[in-house]
Design a protein around this ligand. Structure first.
Ligand code: IMP
Ligand code: MG
Length: 183
């Protein structure tokens, strides 16, 4: 079984409750607007699936494969995504969805690219926010949980592509990092 060494930071119940509240807020804010949700893959996949089903307004969904971590637990600072994946968003209200706002490098790069296409508006929604690491001036309008500066996995978030299938958010342990780095 996975996650045996990792302690739970946010339970399934707590996530569900918060996602429900976020969805209600988003529904209210975009009720009469042309909404396009742009979800960053793969980290947001579980969050997206839960959130989306609680937003009962007309909307379009687009996904964008993005990577910024390359192996370890520290961001590489380099964000890779293919711009041909970006949908036509002229005059649409765009809501970016990501798993976690850490340094903010990812959101900054994607936001800049989207704004070039002149959407009607652009906001971001993240499940988690590691405040201590975020560069000044970068924020998400919708945040599920503020968390401490620990490397977390589960509910879509990975470590070296594993642990996305954990149903809750757990803190990756030093034992696991040591074990996996030997592989
Ligand atoms: P940023 O560009 O530094 O804000 O990092 C954002 C991306 O890094 C997220 O979309 C995640 O994929 C990844 N990331 C940052 N912190 C964590 C973590 O604690 N666990 C898993 N992935 C993380
Ligand atoms: Mg990600």
């Amino acid at each position: 079984m996975i996650g045996q060494n990792e302690t739970i930071l946010i339970t399934q119940e707590a996530i569900q409750k918060r996602v429900t509240a976020l969805a209600a807020q988003i529904t209210q804010d975009y009720e009469d607007k042309e909404l396009t949700i742009l979800a960053l893959m793969k980290g947001s996949v579980v969050f997206l699936a839960d959130l989306l089903r609680l937003i009962p307004i007309p909307l379009r969904l687009e996904v964008l494969p993005v990577s910024s971590y390359h192996g370890g637990t520290e961001t590489s600072g380099v964000v890779t995504f293919a711009t041909h994946f970006l949908p036509d968003i002229v005059d649409h209200h765009v809501l970016l969805i990501d798993d976690i706002l850490d340094s903010g490098t990812t959101l900054k790069a994607i936001t800049a690219c989207i704004l070039e296409q002149k959407p009607a508006s652009l906001r971001s929604c993240v499940l988690l926010h590691k405040k201590v690491k975020t560069q000044p001036g970068i924020k998400a309008e919708y945040v599920g949980f503020e968390i401490p500066d620990a490397f977390v996995v589960g509910y879509g978030l990975d470590y070296q592509e594993y642990y996305r299938n954990l149903p809750e958010i757990r803190v990756l342990s030093a034992e696991t990092i040591a074990q996996r780095s030997q592989k």
